[in-house]
Write a protein that binds this ligand. Structure first.
Ligand code: ATP
Ligand code: MG
Length: 873
């Protein structure tokens, strides 16, 4: 049997999970690809991200052993494989990372034994093709070789297959500081026998050989790196492993490229169909097909998890990935029309079973990708025409690097594409100039977003900061730890308390503000956030006496206002689904004290009538004064049974909090009113598009909504007074409009008459020259009228040469017109002449041989220009 039939991708994934489940691991779902609640990362880039809180000791897991497959994206920050993708055959932007974890449970012995058993016995990989690495130690960190791992591997494989690895490859760190430890990698040699006989695989491990690749990395977390760079031993040791699923599929299906596995072949055949180009024939085209097959996965999953392409942050990264795919299609597959969106269907069929979000969000994902494709293809066209212009402006064959950068910066035109188009026309560009611009842009971006974070200073140990904010807005607290952060040159402090009533920013709702005080001092808490499961209170200064007890008091005015908006958001969500349909999914939400914003999937404009219906539904439920029913800490399946709405791209724990007002039930951690009547009034102030398939509603509640309504009524009253037509202001405005258009017509009529008079003057004042009639005049008519008159005169007379200076007070214009025959006969060129004359009015212009105009800033020069015209003609 063909290996790829025996080991389908689906079966490979399932066998992994089953193997560890049998060893007492809980199977947990993949976290969303787009991270929330972790300001240090944009996207999930490794299986361990979602478990960071456990490694940091901020939270304790329910089971100390878990296993999963995690959607990872490596396109920014520490892990960025984007430039490799498509060019090589084993790095992807999005890939699945299979993993097993021990949180203070088993360590190296079990991890190594299980990895070996799974690979060689369950999957049946050839032991002869496997090589492993262990950490060789490091002088600077005063670390010895990882002898434990070495000894464990020795039980299963020959010593000469256990290779030493350096700190770069075999010491894993979460970031500049934090948990870290030695790692041990498993590599596989997939070369054919000939090649294996020629070159020893051991010399190819970690050498970027496409068939001698790392498949699994076992990380043994046993240290914590402090901000000063030193290491300390962790009290509990953890295992964190990550195996590249697509690479494992390649190995098990007997392929030499990830793209030849059933993870990619359906996508690739669809691209072949759409483009009419065969995979594997031409090198460049093959790369392009790989790029597209890879990138559509990353983009589709990011959108399904709630990250839309945009101009900033994570959205911009997604946009750039998609644009890279579009551009490869455009340049190498000759795809000048949108097509990538058509791959989503295939992806949904293939991955939908394991990742239902891609199935249920399919329509939105297609829409968004389609729209992005169209708009980028338009941009590409504009870029191409700017490039033509740049080529025309270039003396010689070398284009300035800065211009290539400009194309990149404004049109997203990458330099390799520009280079390619240039080379087709025999041009090249100055790489150095480009690099300089690029470096300075990166520098600007870096200094803008720089954040310096100090070490945590622990004051009290072993206290889990409890959140009591649903029941209290004030509490006596002590500070358990703090650290200093410097952001944009501003020093701030982050404090963690023994317990806290402060709500941290989350679920769209902004963080609480308030005061931290005692007899000695009062310190303002300017914001509250959550990081790695800990609630952090942000202040501008540190208390004098850190050991003292404090009263932590939430600003309840702000919080109450925010609660109106949060509860109103739930009612709005419910009403939207009733009025527009259940395809409406929340795509973004902001709940602030003074307003709310809600983004949702919907494919057309919400009409005024629909807005009215939605607003009415919400206000009815406000009036009904539904009491808050709060279900705290209920099991997630119970909440689902109750019909609670869950969001894609949101990670929920095993127990959740559900919020119910009447028929509206949502999983939510936010702050709410105790009965909907408190909201007072709900008023939608704006409806618009944020992206393809995504609409946004902004609204107000309570006193802010009343103020808004009153201001509008106030404006209306003023309008009525101004119109002196108190009863019917609309009729009043219509009268004004009618009157206005009548007056406009009259003015046009007057201008026409004036122009006609002027024409007669011009013709009468004309001078007869040798075979032609010369008109030189100054006028105050506008440029359009002058043009009309000149064409009339040309039509009515033969052999006309005219130069008209237009004085517009602060600006000047010159028009030159010749009868076509005359221009030819005399070899005159109106465009060239007007350029010459325009110098006198400090301006420029040009045009055709028989008619041209120029504008300038200096009307005082008109007379001189007309004098000059006389000498020229
Ligand atoms: P490599 O050196 O090949 O880039 P890595 O050292 O970056 O790998 P890890 O960070 O240890 O890899 O990730 C664990 C596993 O995930 C790797 O062993 C590999 O199988 C897989 N992997 C890593 N990066 C990618 C990627 N861009 N695409 C597909 N699989 C990957
Ligand atoms: Mg890597």
């Amino acid at each position: 049997m063909d290996q790829s039939q025996k080991w389908t991708a689906r079966k490979i994934r399932q066998s992994f999970l089953d193997f560890f489940e049998a060893r007492k691991h809980d199977i947990v779902p993949s976290a969303p690809i787009v991270l929330k609640g972790d300001p240090t990362l944009m996207f999930t880039n490794a299986g361990m991200n979602q478990f960071k809180d456990y490694f940091l000791g901020n939270d304790t897991p329910k089971n100390t052993r878990v296993t999963d497959t995690q959607k990872c994206l490596r396109v920014s920050g520490k892990h960025n494989d984007l430039e490799e993708v498509g060019h090589d055959t084993y790095h992807h932007t999005m890939f699945e990372m299979l993993g097993n974890w021990s949180f203070g449970d088993y360590f190296k012995t079990e991890a190594i034994e299980w990895a070996w058993t799974l690979l060689t016995e369950v999957y049946g990989l050839d032991k002869d093709r496997l090589y492993v690495t262990v950490f060789e130690g490091d002088k600077e960190d005063e670390l010895e070789k990882d002898q434990d791992s070495f000894n464990n591997w020795k039980k299963f494989t020959a010593e000469d297959r256990i290779l030493n690895g350096n700190k770069k490859d075999n010491f894993w760190e979460m970031g500049a500081s934090g948990p870290c430890g030695p790692s041990s990698e498993i590599h596989i040699d997939l070369r054919n026998d000939d090649e294996r006989a020629k070159v020893d695989a051991r010399t190819l491990v970690n050498m970027d050989h496409p068939q001698v690749v790392e498949i699994w990395n076992l990380v043994f977390i046993e240290f914590n790196r402090k901000a000063d760079g030193s290491l300390e031993k962790l009290p509990a040791k953890h295992v964190d492993t990550g195996m590249g699923f697509e690479r494992l599929c390649m190995a098990l299906q007997g392929k030499q490229s990830n793209y030849d596995t059933d993870v990619f072949t359906p996508l690739i055949s669809k691209i072949e169909n759409l483009s009419g180009i065969k995979y594997g024939k031409d090198e460049q085209q093959t790369i392009a097909i790989r790029v597209i097959a890879d990138h559509v996965r990353a983009v589709a999953f990011a959108i399904a998890d709630g990250q839309l392409p945009s101009n900033t942050g994570a959205g911009y990264v997604i946009r750039r990935i998609l644009r890279r795919a579009i551009r490869y299609g455009f340049s190498y597959l000759n795809m000048k029309e949108a097509f990538i969106y058509q791959l989503v269907e295939i992806l949904a069929e293939q991955m939908g079973e394991f990742f239902p979000e891609i199935q249920s969000q399919k329509q939105l994902v297609e829409k968004v990708i389609h729209e992005e494709e169209n708009s980028f293809l338009r941009t590409l066209e504009q870029g191409l025409s700017r490039l033509d212009q740049i080529i025309a402006e270039t003396d010689g064959k070398m284009v300035e690097g800065a211009k290539v950068f400009e194309l990149y910066d404004t049109f997203g035109f990458p330099p390799d594409l520009t280079g390619l188009i240039l080379s087709e026309q025999g041009y090249s560009y100055n790489q150095k100039g480009y690099d300089t611009e690029m470096t300075s842009q990166k520098e600007r971006a870096r200094s803008a977003g720089k954040l310096d974070t100090g070490d945590w200073v622990t004051l009290k140990d072993d206290e889990k900061e409890e959140f009591i904010g649903y029941d209290y807005t004030s509490a006596q607290v002590s500070i358990t730890r703090y650290r200093k952060v410097v952001a944009k040159k501003k020093e701030l402090y982050q404090l963690v308390f023994s317990l806290t009533p402060f709500y941290p920013e989350g679920g769209g709702q902004v963080g609480d503000k308030g005061l931290l005080s005692n007899d000695q001092e009062i310190i303002e808490i300017i914001d509250t956030k959550k990081e790695h499961g800990v609630i952090i209170h942000i202040t501008e200064k540190l208390p004098e006496n850190l050991e003292a007890k404090f009263q932590a008091e939430v600003n309840t005015d702000l919080r109450t206002d925010a609660s109106y908006n949060h509860s109103a958001t739930h009612l709005l969500h419910q009403a939207l689904r009733e009025v527009l349909g259940t395809h409406v999914e929340q795509k973004g939400s902001l709940v602030a004290p003074n307003h709310l914003r809600f983004d949702f999937s919907h494919f057309s404009k919400v009409t005024d009538e629909e807005i009215q219906q939605i607003e009415d539904l919400v206000n009815n439920r406000v009036q009904k004064n539904f009491s808050l029913e709060e279900f705290r800490n209920i099991p997630i399946n119970k909440a689902q049974e109750m019909g609670a709405m869950m969001l894609f791209g949101e990670k929920y724990g095993d127990t959740v909090r559900a919020i119910k007002f009447g028929e509206s039930i949502e999983l939510c951690g936010g702050i709410h009113v105790s009965a909907t009547g408190e909201i007072g009034l709900f008023k939608i102030t704006h409806e618009g598009a944020v992206a393809a398939g995504i609409r946004r509603i902004e609204a107000l509640t309570g006193a802010t909504a009343r103020k808004y309504v009153n201001e509008h009524i106030g404006t209306l009253n003023t309008i009525k007074q101004e119109l002196k037509n108190v009863k019917d202001p609309i009729a009043g405005i219509n009268n004004l409009k009618d009157e206005n258009s009548k007056l406009k017509k009259q003015i046009e009529e007057l201008i026409r008459e004036k122009a006609k008079g002027e024409k007669d003057v011009w013709v009468n004042n004309a001078v007869q020259k040798d075979g032609y009639t010369l008109i030189i005049q100054k006028t105050a008519l506008d440029g359009g009228a002058v043009k009309d008159l000149l064409f009339q005169i040309k039509n009515e007379n033969e052999n006309i040469a005219a130069v008209i200076g237009v004085d517009m007070g602060d600006k000047a214009q010159i028009a030159v017109a010749f009868s076509d025959e005359l221009a030819k006969e005399k070899g005159w060129h109106a465009g060239n002449m007007v350029k010459e004359l325009a110098k006198e009015i400090k301006g420029g212009g040009g045009g055709q041989p028989f008619f041209a105009t120029a504008g300038g800033k200096d009307p005082a020069g008109i007379d001189k220009a007309l004098e000059k015209a006389k000498t020229l003609l």
